[in-house]
Design a protein around this ligand. Structure first.
Ligand SMILES: CCCCCCCCCCCCCC(=O)SCCNC(=O)CCNC(=O)[C@H](O)C(C)(C)COP(=O)(O)OP(=O)(O)OC[C@H]1O[C@@H](n2cnc3c(N)ncnc32)[C@H](O)[C@@H]1OP(=O)(O)O
Length: 218
């Protein structure tokens, strides 16, 4: 019997994945910001390799979803933007306020582009996720086919951010959504804006792209 075949085991594993994610995010933040002596860097590298080794003893293949995930239920613990288990995720927390998706996060050193500000690609990644969420909860999920971003002011690191997204038009299979990034303290000053187009997949496209993951090709 697998470790997580009952609900308690699943919850326990999700908490453990979140705990590991927290530890990895702390590690990335400290490793990016550190000015510790060189000997400490060498020692840390050795310790990290030791910690990583047992995790690599049982891994999933490219088309296998994580045992603790629930693909159809929207639980993706390793999503690189929202996943609590992801070392890379800020993580961005998203909820709904009526028709608007609202997200919050803060970006550390690892997301730096211009000194003390976020990398532009990171802003685009956050907004792609926000728009994708708004499109999904509108009931017409799709894949991003176009994402246009306008950078009005740089996004500061170590500052609580407020992101928004909403669907603006639906034309056949194409859903258009817009989104913004501002700070929590000054939500009226838009730092980055984005417009994205999302296309609902035909059954044939979904089968071609995701059949190996969902098992519908077996
Ligand atoms: C509660 C649960 C919450 C869960 C939250 C989850 C959040 C998830 C968030 C995830 C966020 C992250 C999300 C990600 O990161 S998604 C990852 C990034 N995106 C991709 O990898 C997509 C790559 N593209 C493709 O595979 C194909 O283009 C697909 C298969 C999507 C469509 O195939 P194809 O290209 O052959 O198209 P079609 O012949 O079927 O045509 C369909 C319609 O689309 C129109 N069209 C096509 N391209 C464009 C374009 N560039 N601008 C404007 N329109 C375009 C086209 O005119 C036609 O319109 P119409 O004639 O029907 O009007």
């Amino acid at each position: 019997m697998s470790e997580i075949e009952n609900g308690h085991g699943l919850q326990h594993r999700r908490e453990a994945i979140t705990g590991l994610g927290d530890a990895l995010r702390l590690l990335i933040e400290q490793a990016t910001a550190t000015e510790a002596p060189t000997a400490e860097l060498l020692r840390a590298a050795e310790l990290i390799r030791q910690a990583a080794a047992p995790l690599g003893e049982r891994v999933r293949g490219r088309f296998e979803t994580a045992a603790a995930d629930d693909l159809l239920g929207g639980v993706r613990l390793y999503n690189p933007v929202t996943g609590l288990g992801s070392a890379f995720a800020p993580p961005l927390e998203i909820h709904r306020e009526g028709d608007v998706a609202v997200g919050t996060c803060s970006l550390g050193r690892a997301f730096e582009g211009p000194p003390s500000f976020a990398h532009g690609g990171v802003s685009a990644m956050l907004l792609d996720q926000m728009l994708g969420y708004a499109v999904t909860v509108s009931g017409r999920p799709g894949m991003t086919v176009q994402l246009d971003t306008g950078y009005r002011q740089p996004v500061p690191l170590y500052t609580p951010l407020r992101l928004t997204a909403q669907v603006v038009t639906v034309e056949n299979r194409v859903v258009t959504a817009t989104g913004t990034i501002a700070t929590v303290d000054d939500p009226g000053t838009i730092l980055v804006r984005a417009t994205g187009k999302f296309v609902a997949l035909l059954a044939e496209q979904a089968q071609r792209l995701f059949g190996p993951v969902t098992g519908s090709d077996r």
